[in-house]
Unconditional design. Sequence first.
Length: 147
Amino acid sequence: MRHFFGAIILLSVGVTLSAAQTAPAPSGQPFVVEYYYKAKWGHADEFLKLFKKNHYPLLKKEVEMGRMIKVWMDQPRYHTTEDGRWDYRVTIVFKNATVANEPFDEDALKKQLFPDQGTYTEEEQRRFEILDAHWDLPIKTVDSDAK
């Protein structure tokens, strides 16, 4: 019985901490997410080519629609250690946290922009096959002047 109550307490603390860590930004504020891509050695250029061909047009369309405010891509100027290495970072500024987290039917856009769905699907599969890692990082601005 003691183990049961201990498990309940741990579960409730974990849920509380999880909710606190993922609390969205105020709904009227832009919501920024960085998407990191680490390609297998020798495949970064292929990844970039496929990204520009198949994924970037979708992101640009969502900017045109007003769902996103801005999208850009960065790459490191120099190399780092292998465990910290990433090849491309795509930063997306969403209109707000609600828009960023609500369901969005991207399939309709994919069909509109890429009529040859067979080729599109194969190339997108390849884009992810050549990745060693991919992670998403929501960004919270820190007010450096606040006391």
